[in-house]
Design a protein around this ligand. Sequence first.
Ligand code: FES
Length: 111
Amino acid sequence: MGEYIAVASVSEIPPGTGRTVEVAGVWVAVFNLNGTFYAIDNACPHAGGPLGEGKVCGTDVECPWHGWKFNIVSGERVGNPTFQVPRCDVRVIDGRVEIRLPAELQFLSSN
Ligand code: FES
């Protein structure tokens, strides 16, 4: 596991929204679900669509390119969990959202 890296302030990601952030050279989608933050790989496993720009519906995000939906908490594709996006560790320290890349994304990292 790498280190936690601050990516945004809590106020920049209101509940029910997400955004794309960079963590050590890797694009990650971070979401605020009712005050709890989650992060998954930004690249949709279908064709690489930016999940951080997708529409949040409950605990799911809909890929903006072709509409595949993923559970933000588990990373599994809704209705077909054989497709899964890697999840990142997230913590909030002093109002800052911090993310740590999982091992499967660290090979992409510039650090
Ligand atoms: S790239 Fe995400 S659904 Fe096609």
